[in-house]
Design a protein around this ligand. Structure first.
Ligand code: DC
Length: 229
């Protein structure tokens, strides 16, 4: 059977990666977390001192450094979990901190950063058989994807999920900070000039505010089987 391309887009912290990962595992597809790529770019900017005190990015210094910025994915030999590699270094834990979250949207809004990441994502998905999650996968990266899903949930529920995730990782976040960060990211992601977050006209909409992980997994599998039958 021909393997299709599956694009899962939506707001921050709505559980896209969990569902995309689960779906990919279930149907034997490759999973790509495109947000991890923008997070790795952000970590690179932080390490190079390109994030100014006001949160803006020194794009003039970043642009010539782009050839030195390589993002790839690997598998953790011990856990079998996907890991994000920045120039070969496993940065999976470092890209999930609140600090990276608070700088990632301005980095992801830079046109030359998007162009570089989009080209790489299109190469990764060139043969189909991929589930990719992000903000612009169904609109800009794979506008012809056979299956597009747009996921959302209420702000408070998303902030609560993100807050719980950070606590499990040993961070001690303030709930209001998490909620503010999430709303600010959504605002920047939805209003940027290049490939803003928006629902593709042909996307299936999934509001998972009141769904369990098992229910949303079943919903996705049902849609996948309907499309590929
Ligand atoms: O999904 P995430 O929270 O890990 O994504 C991190 C940031 O990257 C998010 O604020 C928006 C940006 N992003 C993007 O602009 N385009 C994508 N395809 C994926 C993520």
């Amino acid at each position: 059977m021909k393997k299709i391309t599956i694009a899962i887009d939506g707001h921050s912290s709505c559980g896209k990666s969990t569902m995309a990962k689960d779906l990919a595992r279930e149907i034997g597809y490759i999973y790509i977390d495109s947000g991890a790529m923008y997070r790795a770019c952000t970590l690179f900017c932080m390490r190079q001192g390109l994030v100014r005190p006001d949160g803006t990015i020194d794009t003039a210094r970043l642009e010539p450094l782009m050839p030195q910025l390589h993002v790839a994915f690997g598998l953790d030999a011990a856990t079998g979990r996907p890991q994000t590699l920045l120039n070969g270094e496993n940065v999976e834990a470092d890209i999930r901190t609140m600090e990276v979250s608070s700088h990632v949207s301005p980095v992801a809004a830079i046109p030359f950063v998007r162009a570089a990441m989009t080209a790489q994502q299109q190469l990764m998905g060139a043969k189909g058989g991929i589930v990719m999650d992000g903000r612009d996968i169904g609109t800009a990266v794979f506008p012809h994807a056979e299956m597009k899903v747009f996921v959302t949930a209420s702000d408070e529920i998303r902030a609560r999920r993100r807050y719980d995730e950070l606590c499990v990782k040993g961070e001690q976040p303030d709930f209001d900070d998490v909620l503010r960060n999430l709303r600010e990211r959504d605002r920047i992601d939805s209003t940027r000039a290049v490939a803003p977050l928006r629902q593709a006209p042909d996307a299936l909409v999934l509001d998972n505010s009141n769904l369990t992980i098992a229910q949303q997994k079943q919903w996705l599998l049902d849609r996948f089987h309907e499309l590929t039958r």
